[in-house]
Each structure stands twice: as structure tokens, then as C-alpha cells.
Design a binder for this molecule. Structure first.
Ligand SMILES: Cc1cc2nc3c(=O)[nH]c(=O)nc-3n(C[C@H](O)[C@H](O)[C@H](O)COP(=O)(O)O)c2cc1C
Ligand code: SF4
Ligand code: SF4
Length: 379
């Protein structure tokens, strides 16, 4: 598969595809990643424990049978682990600490090694919470924000791993965004066994940060459910333990999906609960429907929204389509929605489905870039 199929870059990091191995303490190290995630765009190793307090907690958990990575020299271990990933996947290091200083030291090394630091605001074993690690950070937002800012000063690419439905997700996404992190990795957990897809949508419409969706993905259909709610990448943990071929299968599927559609994480239409990007598929705003509420949230009036879409279309193939519902392809639906009128126009102007969808993706970015109210301030 071509490594140029996706255009996924954050600072000094490039992902060759949007599938990731999620961290599992004591399990997901370089050996596991090399064996089961050789094709992944990203492997998140860890968690690694950075300070004495987190090492003590991990040792207690290990004593009661949980797998943990424990080392008196965590920075050396992290360096060795990053270097041992031989597959060409980007590497992130999921870390726990009760204090900021060890995080800064780790960030410097992780940056030097060309990897991502992932701050663990996720683990919730009682011993972790008691020591103030993991999910505790979600209940101390000033500390979370201050740590993100301080870690980012090192220049490391920073991901924050959170669990949905613990606190207000929209508020959390915005805080992480405003504090300067690069990636939000969200475990869309909820009561029961299914992932909370609405949570992914909430994060997508609260921030434009790179979003990794996680929870209960065991096949490409489940991954697609997260992509269509706005996840830029999907990560898997337990699914890999159950099916060692899972990452390979997901990578193959997302690559051929991207090849055949041009936009692997196309949103649903706004009237089917699509995120802001779906305004690219909306009709001319002349009839009563959910489009009005959606563009207003971005500070557009109907006239401004119309003008912005037309402005983008000028000089592009989206200008064509006189016979379509609203006189131009710029107002036309997703390619997956059957429409012989649009398809006839595409055929006449010799624009492939993939090129059409790539233009719609650029249009979505244009609409978001020109909004009066940025996504992370919309309401
Ligand atoms: C055995 C095990 C250990 C885990 N350890 C960590 C960890 O150290 N850090 C972390 O952020 N998440 C950890 N997780 C959570 C996973 O990364 C993931 O968020 C969660 O399992 C849901 O995704 P899944 O349905 O693909 O498994 C762990 C999960 C499992 C099953
Ligand atoms: S403008 Fe069209 S696509 Fe958009 S919400 Fe309304 S009916 Fe749906
Ligand atoms: S012409 Fe077809 S694709 Fe275009 S807006 Fe009408 S129904 Fe949608």
C-alpha cells in the first residue's frame, strides 16, 4: 500500500495510515507492537511509570496480578523501547506521573527520539486514583491545563488520553485544545459494551485537534462508525488480543476505502447528525432543516454561508452542475448518496468520485477556516 495515500502530519510526526495500536500496561511494548502492529500508522506503547509514586502504585498492582512495565530507570527504558520499534509506525509513549518534572524530562527524550508523548489521564484503578494519577487529572483541570502547557514548551508532540463520559466532554476537549496539546485520544467508553459514538461527535465539534477514537473496535465497520463521527484515527487494544490480524485487516480496509472514496473519514450529512465538516454537503440554505442551526454555531448568516461556499467553488470543478438541485456541485450530497443527476454531471465534466470527494474535503476545511466563531468556541 502506498505511504502517500493519507496526508496525516503533526509537527515532526507523519502517520502512514489512520490505524493505531492502543496502550495496554505491561503488554504493549515494542515486542508486542512489532509482532501485532507492524502495519499500524501509530503504536502507543505503555503505560510507563515515571516517578517513584507511580512506580510504587504499579508495583502494588503487579503484586495483585496486573501486568505492568516497571523499571527504576524509566527514561532509559523508554528510549530503548522507541528505538526497538522497527516497523516504520510512528511511536507514542503513554506515561503516568504524579508530578510534572518527570514528565518534562520524558518529553525531552521522547522528542529527541522523534516520538509522541501521551499523557495518561485515563487509568482508573483505585490505587492510581488515590495517588493522583491517570483519570484524577480530569477532576483537576487547572493542573491538567498547566501540565499540557509546560510539556508543550519542550516542543514534543503531545497527545492526551482521556475517557469519555467522566466529566463534560466538550469542556474537556476545549481545555485540552486551548492548553496547546496536539492530539486527543478518547476512549469512548460508556455503560454497557458498545462505544459511545456521540462522544466522538462531541469531541469533533468541540475542537479541530487530531482526534483518535478508541473503544470496542473489532472490525472495519466499527472503525468506520468512528471515522464518520470525525475521528482522524482509530485505535485498538483488546481487539488485538482477540484477533492478532486485526491491525493488518483494518489497515488494508482503510487503505482501499481511501483509494475508492478519497475521504476515509467523510462525515455523515448534517441532517443525519453529521459534524461541522458536513456543511460541505449541505444544500443552499433555503428550506427549514438542521443546516441553519449548524452554520449559525460557526457565526455565519445564511448569506455569509452561501457566499463562503460559492467563493470556494470559483475556479474549481464544483462550479459545474447547472442541472443539479441548486445549480452547482458545491451544494451536492456525498458520493455515497445515490444521485443520477450529480453522477451525470461528474461524468460529463470527467471528474472522478475520488476527486469530487477530495474537493468536498477542501471545501469543508475552507468553511471551517472562514468561520466567524472558531470550532473550539462554537456553542
Ligand atoms: C489490559 C489493559 C491495559 C490497559 N492499560 C492502559 C494504559 O496503561 N494506559 C492507557 O491509557 N490505557 C490503557 N488501557 C486502555 C486501552 O488503551 C483502551 O483505551 C481500552 O481498552 C478501550 O479500547 P479497546 O476496546 O480497543 O480495548 C488498557 C486496556 C487494557 C485492556
Ligand atoms: S441542507 Fe440538505 S444536507 Fe444539509 S441538513 Fe439540510 S437537508 Fe440535510
Ligand atoms: S442533485 Fe443530487 S446530489 Fe445534488 S443536491 Fe440534488 S439530490 Fe443531492
Amino acid at each position: 500500500m502506498s505511504d502517500c495515500l493519507f496526508d496525516l502530519h503533526i509537527g515532526y510526526i507523519s502517520f502512514r495510515n489512520p490505524i493505531s495500536l492502543a496502550p495496554m500496561a505491561g503488554i504493549v511494548g515494542s515486542a508486542f507492537a512489532n509482532q501485532y502492529a507492524g502495519d499500524a500508522g501509530l503504536v502507543v506503547l505503555g503505560a510507563f511509570n515515571l516517578d517513584k509514586a507511580s512506580i510504587d502504585v504499579a508495583s502494588k498492582l503487579a503484586a495483585r496480578g496486573r501486568k505492568e512495565f516497571i523499571s527504576d530507570e524509566p527514561l532509559e527504558l523508554i528510549k530503548k523501547e522507541i528505538r526497538a520499534v522497527k516497523s516504520g509506525s510512528a511511536v507514542a509513549i503513554n506515561v503516568r506521573s504524579t508530578a510534572l518534572e518527570p514528565l518534562i524530562e520524558a518529553a525531552k527524550i521522547i522528542k529527541e527520539e522523534g516520538a509522541i508523548l501521551e499523557l495518561n489521564a485515563h487509568c482508573r484503578q483505585p490505587e492510581m486514583l488515590e495517588a493522583g494519577i491517570g483519570e484524577t487529572l480530569l477532576h483537576d483541570l487547572p493542573r491538567l491545563s498547566a501540565w499540557i502547557k509546560a510539556i508543550k514548551e519542550t516542543g514534543v508532540v503531545l497527545s492526551v488520553k482521556v475517557r469519555a463520559n467522566v466529566i463534560d466532554d466538550i469542556e474537556l476537549a476545549r481545555l485540552i485544545d486551548r492548553s496547546g496539546a496536539d492530539i486527543i485520544h478518547v476512549d469512548a467508553a460508556q455503560e454497557g459494551s458498545e462505544a459511545d459514538l456521540d462522544a466522538i461527535l462531541n469531541y469533533r465539534d468541540a475542537t479541530r485537534l487530531f482526534l483518535i477514537g478508541n473503544n470496542s473496535v473489532r472490525d472495519f465497520e466499527a472503525a468506520k462508525d468512528m471515522f464518520s463521527r470525525g475521528a482522524d484515527m482509530v485505535s485498538v487494544a483488546r481487539g488485538v488480543l482477540e484477533n492478532p490480524e486485526l491491525i493488518k485487516e483494518l489497515v488494508e480496509s482503510v487503505c482501499s476505502y481511501q483509494q475508492s472514496t478519497g475521504w476515509y473519514n467523510t462525515p455523515k450529512h448534517v441532517c443525519s447528525d453529521g459534524d461541522f465538516r458536513a456543511l460541505a454537503f449541505c444544500c443552499l440554505p433555503v428550506k427549514p432543516c438542521p443546516v441553519h442551526e449548524k452554520y449559525r454555531k460557526l457565526g455565519y448568516t445564511a448569506e455569509e454561508f452561501t457566499r463562503t461556499k460559492l467563493e470556494f467553488s470559483k475556479g474549481t470543478m464544483l462550479e459545474f452542475g447547472e442541472d443539479t438541485c441548486f445549480g452547482s456541485l458545491v451544494w451536492c450530497c456525498k458520493i455515497s448518496k445515490p444521485c443520477w443527476i450529480r453522477d451525470g454531471v461528474l461524468h460529463t465534466i470527467d471528474l472522478s468520485d475520488v476527486e469530487y470527494m477530495k474537493l468536498k474535503k477542501q471545501l469543508a476545511e475552507y468553511v471551517l477556516n472562514h468561520a466567524r466563531i472558531p470550532v473550539n468556541e462554537s456553542h
